[in-house]
Design a binder for this molecule. Structure first.
Ligand SMILES: Nc1ncnc2c1ncn2[C@@H]1O[C@H](COP(=O)(O)OP(=O)(O)OP(=O)(O)O)[C@@H](O)[C@H]1O
Length: 277
């Protein structure tokens, strides 16, 4: 049984369709990624799935009593208001301090529990938002550009976190992203959006589809399989490194720490080769 299913769903404002003819479903345990250029309707599609918008045509059906965790693209809070992380974590759900710390631990930012939201870095903010979404113990996790404002190594770490949450909770995940090459490696199914679904399939298949390449003017990197690297350690938000045996060190051994550097180098090669094409 899918967690959520869209059938020929569309959404229009003043007779203009923002998205149309969407057929899409998300099942427990799968990561579905929506990619598309600015204004292609990714956030609108996410909001239709969540029930924040009602389709003006077609239908969207969610499983009964579905627990949803949502990381919005933009936070509707006044950035000037003082708001500690501890209070932000309790805004949508009553959580004890211990529960809030446990949720923040999952994303490596429990040390920020008493920090002010307005003082957080881009990466810290995203980790707090993901922790709040995970505290719902969601069956469906919807993340709208969860790696925005985060550098590439930070983005890889965030996508790893999401993949780990999917394994642990068995939840379905909808990811909205611009980071095609990074995000796609963690994803089971990719949908390319441009007001409608242009093409869909596995990351490897989609990366070679002409519709996908046209959508990004041929600038999308190829050969995504190289990003399916094995992780033997995780980079914590405070810069330290958590190894698979549970030890924490200040830096990773350069011989052991292949994945991020590998990703950087490979990406650089691929971007330059696709630019040259
Ligand atoms: N309430 C609204 N009224 C009118 N137009 C809207 C409304 N919401 C969104 N739009 C328009 O619909 C289109 C799709 O917006 P949407 O935010 O879904 O795109 P997106 O793919 O998420 O974009 P981005 O990558 O820039 O975040 C845009 O052209 C946007 O300006």
């Amino acid at each position: 049984m899918p967690l959520v299913e869209m059938e020929r769903a569309g959404y229009s404002v003043e007779n203009r369709f923002l998205v149309q003819g969407l057929d899409l479903s998300i099942s427990p345990g799968e990561i579905v990624t929506l990619v598309g250029p600015n204004g292609s309707g990714k956030s609108t599609t996410a909001k239709l799935l969540l029930g924040l918008l009602r389709p003006t045509e077609g239908k969207v059906v969610r499983a009964a009593d579905l627990r949803i965790g949502y990381v919005p693209q933009k936070l509707a809070i006044d950035p000037n208001l003082p708001l500690p992380v501890s209070r932000f974590m309790r805004l949508t759900k009553p959580l004890s301090r211990r529960q809030a710390i446990a949720a923040l631990e999952e994303t490596g930012v429990s040390h920020l529990i008493d920090a002010q939201m307005r003082g957080l870095s881009g990466g810290e903010m995203q980790r707090v938002l993901i922790a709040r979404a995970l505290s719902m113990k969601p069956q469906l996790l919807v993340l709208d550009e969860p790696a925005q404002g985060v550098d590439m190594a930070g983005a890889v770490a965030i996508y790893d976190l999401i993949a780990a949450a999917r394994r642990r909770l068995g939840c379905g995940v909808l990811l909205v992203s611009h980071d095609l090459h990074l995000v796609m490696a963690q994803t089971d199914r990719v949908l390319c959006l441009n007001g409608h679904i242009c093409c869909e399939g596995t990351p490897e298949a989609v990366s070679e589809m002409p519709e996908y390449r046209a959508l990004f003017s041929g600038k999308a990197p190829r050969g995504l399989a190289v990003y399916r690297h094995q992780h033997d350690h995780q980079h914590l938000a405070d810069g330290r490194v958590l190894h698979s045996d549970g030890t924490i060190t200040d830096t990773c051994d350069p011989h052991e720490c292949s994945h991020h550097h590998h990703s950087h180098d490979t990406l650089r090669n691929q971007v330059s080769s696709s630019d040259a094409r």
